[in-house]
Design a binder for this molecule. Sequence first.
Ligand code: ZN
Length: 188
Amino acid sequence: MSKDQKRLVIPGEPLGVIEEVLPGEGAYVDAEGKVRSTRLGYSIVEGGKVSVEPLRRPLLPLKPGTEVVGVVWGTERALHHVKIIGIAGKRPIRLQEPISGIMLKSHPANQGARPGDLILARVMRSDSEQVVLTMAGPSLGVILARCPKCGAPLKRVGYTLVCEDCGRVVLDRRVSDLYGKNPFRGTV
Ligand SMILES: [Zn+2]
């Protein structure tokens, strides 16, 4: 089998037998030794391994070290859920489709965010299952937050956030020194 045998497959579709190919990403071996697809996508055979690329791929792979802009949309005891909306950098790139990520609260730097915040974070790990982010690092942190009381955008004063409308002072965020510099202003 060669690399150009890329074809559309459905979940459960046989891709080969274990004697011929090993299951790669998006493939598994059933009880009879048949390699099958776990998802709808394109099967690719490479180096004796068959994998299935999901149909909807992010336009850009999020490599570890990449700085991204995301919106915290949910929080649990141990982690935040983040909707990654773009790649930061000199020429920020807005993603056509957001990628979901998580940020573990086990690092103190990652505790300083709340749902609704726009953050600048770095990719720690990234695979087909999940993207793990961190705000530990220079300039990383919250770049836009709203007042929990009145909803107005908060203003940065040093490493504190202050609401100019109602006077509320917010101390629980990890404030980036790039606070207020949203590279995707007007689009989020
Ligand atoms: Zn306010």
